[in-house]
Design a protein around this ligand. Sequence first.
Ligand code: PLP
Length: 380
Amino acid sequence: MTYKIPFNKPVTVGSEMDYIQQAIHSGHISGDGLFTKKSHQLLEDILGVPQVLLTTSCTHALEMSALLLDFQAGDEVIVPSFTFVSSINAFVLRGAKPVFADIRPDTLNIDESKLESLITKRTKAIVIVHYGGVACEMDTIMEIANRHGIAVVEDNAHALFGKYKGKYLGTFGKFATQSFHETKNIQCGEGGALIINDPELMERAEIIREKGTNRSRFFRGQIDKYTWVDVGSSYLPSDMLAAFLYAQLEERETIQATRKHIYDTYVENLSDWAEEHHVQTPFVPDHVDHAYHNYFLLLPSLEVRTRLIAYLKNKGILAVFHYLPLHLSDMGQEFGGKAGDCPVTEDIADKLLRLPFYNSMTDDDIQAVVQALHDFTDWV
Ligand SMILES: *Cc1c(COP(=O)(O)O)cnc(C)c1O
């Protein structure tokens, strides 16, 4: 069914078509062409990080992180139960054992106060997710991780250009991973990036991304032939996708301003309504700059959520929920996950509803969603 107001709508915002044509005419549409290099440079300059490498997806950037950390069978990785499967699957692929952490009831980010109790001698990494674009408590998380000598990987799929205490998200962990999937703020259909904050891992990251060869050094003229030097895979996107992405990156300020406007309009029009109906809305700590990935409601019960989704659907509005608690998924249970392990995750997963949120959303679209919510009466 088509919706009058879909949940997401991928749109072009600038020079996408022009740049794709330029990529094609340049005669270089495989990986690491002109637009890939421009995207690397732009992100490195803005974020102030040593290296950014575009990848075919955030999932693949996470897989690269697991390879770069030399994950071995039996190594443990701590991950919030409330996240997308790729945050953990990338490590499980290397034989890692997931250790599921619960989340804070306010930001829905990993609960840093429970982190230390999950660390064992086998813990090799902590994966964190800045949910919805709101930063995790980085001071506490980095202090704990550094004291135990454990790597932090920021799954930054929601939070590009968000900040914690004035510092860009994605610049705290050893690695951070971005998604440019069509549902993200900045996108190219399918795509991602690995941010490498530890300069010692830059060369190996290039090798792993280029099939385990030192081809990148060869292309730079640093060596006169290239060969197989390490494990690896093919993680670089076509330059046609990078061309689309670069056009979006150029318009990042417009995109983020549009998303701030959508978010602020929801806040303005729904705060009193939410309080009246015992609905929880997103919480943003004072020391956080939001990246405006989503706006969500935490409804009083699963039954209300189910009725509200059906009601909105009837009005041509698509609102969706996510994530099912990973520790209760089929795979999660194989790793020993059971009901009661992550009570906050289990509670909110039944109540969360994400409202439509996309870069071409008009004021009329937003008001139609707001009005529909105000007209909903089926609360008990
Ligand atoms: C979207 C998303 C991913 C996966 O991104 P892909 O680019 O589709 O691989 C991973 N983690 C989180 C938190 C996401 O939201």
